[in-house]
Design a protein around this ligand. Structure first.
Ligand SMILES: [Zn+2]
Length: 214
């Protein structure tokens, strides 16, 4: 493994789940090490990412080595957590919004890079529209300028997809920095059957480099 590869691996986020396999959050290698050392890891899934070398055991003289996988399940499962997840409405930000919309302008259906997209309020803020998931979409600058302070009807523009509020598991995916294929498959299994992300991501999963990251 060359240095670049090693750094890439160490910066790879680990998906943490509860003991029942419900996705909880992304953690870095420090958090992962802490969970292992404090005995909170119930089991690991996914691929091995890297090894962490710990201190030397005073009694045995052995140096501890922890192999960290891409998905780790931690002990404990509280009902309040599950409850919170079910009613969870994630905060809106551009990064996760653009990802929800697969980097497509929701008016002209063209794919753009993150920096060329804007947050469009379907019902403009000036007309009482709220900054909530169901009222915001990714839009290219051209479409957003053209729409101006009008509703889509007034501007005679049509949305190519209905905006949706991400579930907890969907939001974890949207927040992921570089989601590995095995983490992706794991998260997909927790998306609602009706999630538009299934279709939006299926292209990525069958892409030639899908085993690297999506
Ligand atoms: Zn557009």
């Amino acid at each position: 493994m060359d240095t670049d590869e090693y750094i890439r691996n160490m910066s790879q986020q680990v998906l943490r789940t509860d003991a029942s396999g419900m996705p909880l959050e992304w953690i870095d290698y420090r958090d992962a090490a802490r969970l292992y050392y404090t005995g909170q890891v119930a089991y690991a899934c996914g691929q091995p990412l890297y090894e962490i070398h710990g201190g030397v055991n005073a009694r045995s003289g052995h140096r501890s080595v922890i192999e960290v996988n891409s998905i780790i399940a931690t002990i404990g499962r509280s009902a309040s957590h599950a409850d919170r997840r079910n009613n969870y409405v994630p905060p809106v930000n551009n990064k996760t919004l653009f990802r929800r919309d697969a980097n497509l302008c929701m008016y002209c259906a063209t794919r753009f890079s993150e920096r060329d997209l804007t947050r469009d309020h379907i019902t403009p803020v000036s007309k009482g529209g709220l900054d909530i998931w169901s009222n915001v979409v990714a839009a290219c600058r051209r479409c957003n300028n053209h729409k101006g302070g009008r509703t889509p009807e007034e501007a005679r523009m049509e949305l190519v997809a209905v905006p949706f509020i991400p579930t907890y598991a969907e939001y974890i995916y949207l927040k992921g920095r570089r989601v590995l294929a095995d983490q992706m498959k794991f998260l997909l299994a927790h998306f609602p059957r009706s999630s538009p992300l299934h279709k939006r991501l299926s292209g990525h999963l069958t892409a030639p480099h899908s085993d690297q990251s999506v």
